[in-house]
Design a protein around this ligand. Structure first.
Ligand code: NAP
Length: 299
């Protein structure tokens, strides 16, 4: 009889990790980790985990014997990475190194969540083969991890998602959660207008990762973004209009980081053609992403 494959989601208590756990449990034996914020999902075994504690990482790897590891620990927050570059490096790079080296023996498929910030934002519509040249601390930590994963694992996939839209766990708030909380309290929200991204729904990202985990695809970089390109400022305005909040509460501010604040515009949008063609996943327009959010908020 065929054994059900097991997946270990590092960062399973996070916004993306918890959405992944919910999707993966249909087809995998799912182990997921938390660091500070324990959560419960029926059908998912949660374990406490610090990616930097090597003995514990090894113990979890040997207990779970994962066929697939998804490294979804870390934060997608430019200002945090700028203020605490060492912490960002520890979680995004050293943590991934520790998990990969301590699970080598099981030769798992290692899926690493990187970011569009590995690019410099000079041209946008980036494809997988384009030159990477991060100008932010966040992008630098993601690129070091990408390089390590490529050099160490013979069965890896690096996913570069655009900023992801969805509803979080109630412990790790997503961008949409924070936006909705501020607007519903009539608080102003200041967001950059000069940074373009191809925002995508968490539903689409999770579907992509599910397909990859189930496929024989390996040793590739995959981009995943939405079809609509816009700034966080314009996104929040459109969100406010669509969900009945006051759009005037959204105001423009300079870019998030000191390093890139003096450039007029940055375009970190991603071209997802490869993901769409190879994995038959759907690229979403912003309106469709809002429809998915609407369903989630009602449910
Ligand atoms: N959200 C996006 O738009 C987006 C876009 C592109 C890439 N990404 C990348 O995807 C990953 C997940 O993002 P997210 O938005 O889901 O983040 P999140 O909601 O902040 O979740 C982060 C996860 O990492 C865990 N964690 C933190 N420090 C850890 C440590 N030392 N050891 C083990 N686990 C640790 C957290 O555990 P506790 O909560 O239990 O403490 C949580 O499960 C990040 O690497 C991010 O850069 C995110």
């Amino acid at each position: 009889m065929r054994r059900t494959k097991s997946v270990l989601i590092v960062g399973g208590s996070g916004f993306i990790g918890s959405a992944l756990a919910l999707r993966m449990r249909d087809a995998f034996k799912v182990f997921a980790t938390y660091y500070f914020n324990p959560i419960q999902i029926p059908g998912v075994t949660f374990v406490p985990f610090d990616a930097l504690k090597k003995d514990w990482v090894k113990r979890v790897a040997y207990t779970t014997e994962p066929d697939v590891i998804i490294y979804a620990a870390g934060r997608h927050d430019l200002a945090w990475a700028e203020d605490r570059p060492k912490e960002a490096d520890r979680i995004h790079t050293s943590g991934a190194v520790s998990v990969l080296t301590n699970s080598d023996i099981f030769q798992p498929k290692f899926i690493y969540l990187s970011s569009s910030y590995v690019f410099d934002g000079a041209k946008g519509n980036y494809r997988e083969k384009d030159v990477v040249l991060p100008s932010t601390e966040l992008g630098k930590t993601k690129l070091s991890a990408e390089n390590f994963v490529k050099g160490r694992s013979l069965n890896h996939i690096i996913i570069r998602p655009s900023p992801i839209l969805g509803v979080g766990t109630g412990k790790n708030y997503s961008f949409i959660d924070k936006l909705r909380m501020s607007l519903s309290r009539n608080q102003t929200v200041s967001l950059p207008r000069n940074e373009i991204q191809s925002f995508a729904p968490v539903h689409g990202l999770v579907e992509l990762i599910f397909q990859i985990a189930n496929s024989g695809m390996k040793n590739k970089v995959i981009h995943y973004g939405g079809l609509t390109k816009l700034s966080q400022f314009d996104l929040a305005k459109q969100f406010a209009r669509r969900f009945g909040f006051d759009p005037k509460l959204v105001i423009a501010k300079p870019s998030h980081t000191r390093e890139i604040a003096d450039r007029p515009e940055f375009d970190y949008s991603l071209n997802s053609t490869q993901a769409v063609e190879a994995l038959k996943v759907k690229p979403f327009l912003l309106e469709e992403t809002f429809d998915l959010l609407d369903e989630k908020l009602i449910s």
